[in-house]
Design a binder for this molecule. Structure first.
Ligand SMILES: *[C@@H]1O[C@H](CO)[C@@H](O)[C@H](O)[C@H]1NC(C)=O
Ligand SMILES: *[C@@H]1O[C@H](CO)[C@@H](O)[C@H](O)[C@H]1NC(C)=O
Ligand SMILES: *[C@@H]1O[C@H](CO)[C@@H](O)[C@H](O)[C@H]1NC(C)=O
Length: 270
């Protein structure tokens, strides 16, 4: 009798444990490491927002996913910050987190990807997403939070940058060099597969100096960028333009993402 009772109790405990476990695994037991992997596991997922993904040691964490704005690209947000905190020499506490290349671990509000004005993932999470074999691209958008609140309007593509990680792997970049870029647009002036200089350093957020492109690499001139006045775009802001959407206002945001194309016909995933 006593044994039977123990058995019944044990069975209740085991069932409870299995129940909890299945609630924690919303992807049929699979552990996507990026938003794009979520899409491969569950192609019907199409809503932007906060999702659970898994780090390299299978620890769950929250990430902001964009399935919509550039479909069939799917993007995972790795960092977002406003001009106030991104400006070089900002006195805002913790501003240094937004003055570093991605080779430096400088997480901030790491479990609040919905904080568009000050969010940065820990280095290990960026590297985990970067290491997924479907992560092939990175991009920077401006004021994505405006779009996120109202999906009926399009994202800003006039101030926008996208590249592939073969030409420039942003997660491992900490110096100056010339690179080819898939697409760069500044104030609506855009260039496809052009050579541009790109800056990052140990105390320097990766930045695109539209004011300096005329003197380096492809020597492309962005109209309205003055070479004698530094214009850092998408970060660093040791000099910036209020005509650039990421730096128009103190509350304007730059949003950095890792992603890739959802191509179910050419990939057999997980
Ligand atoms: C976002 O983070 C900043 C800096 O850590 C903080 O001051 C602010 O209150 C946060 N905003 C929200 C909406 O949580
Ligand atoms: C969202 O965009 C639509 C179309 O531009 C507009 O009519 C609506 O007022 C916007 N809503 C918000 C909350 O901004
Ligand atoms: C990509 O990674 C997945 C999961 O780890 C694996 O099943 C697949 O074979 C890999 N694909 C390629 C092309 O390496």
């Amino acid at each position: 009798m006593k044994n039977l009772l123990t058995l019944a109790l044990l069975s209740v405990i085991i069932h409870a444990a299995i129940g909890t476990l299945s609630n924690e695994l919303p992807y049929g037991g699979k552990k996507p490491k990026s938003c794009l992997e979520i899409k491969y596991i569950n192609p019907s997922i199409n809503e932007n927002g906060i999702y659970t993904i898994y780090g390299s040691t299978n620890v769950a964490y929250k990430a902001y996913c964009d399935f919509k704005s550039d479909a069939p690209f799917v993007w995972t947000l790795i960092e977002s910050f406003d001009r106030n905190i991104g400006v070089w020499g900002s006195k805002i506490p913790n501003a240094w987190h937004f003055q570093r290349p991605y080779t430096t671990n400088a997480p901030h509000n790491d479990d609040q990807p919905e904080n568009w004005s000050a969010f940065r993932m820990p280095l290990v999470r960026m590297r985990s997403i970067n290491s997924v074999n479907t992560t092939t691209h990175w991009r920077v958008t401006c004021n994505f939070n405006d779009y996120a609140q109202n999906l009926t309007k399009d994202i800003n593509r006039d101030d926008y940058l996208r590249n592939n990680i073969c030409d420039l792997n942003i997660v491992y970049t900490y110096s100056f060099a010339c690179h080819q870029f898939d697409y760069v647009s500044v104030r609506g002036y855009s260039c496809v597969r052009c050579y541009f200089p790109f800056w990052a350093a140990s105390n320097y957020h990766p930045t695109f100096l539209a004011s300096h492109t005329v003197n380096y690499c492809g020597r492309y001139k962005f109209p309205e960028s003055n070479p004698s006045h530094q214009e850092s775009d998408f970060g660093h802001y040791n000099g910036y333009s209020t005509k650039h959407a990421c730096s128009s206002y103190g509350s304007s945001t730059a949003n950095w993402w890792l992603g890739g194309l959802y191509e179910p016909q050419t990939h057999t995933m997980l």
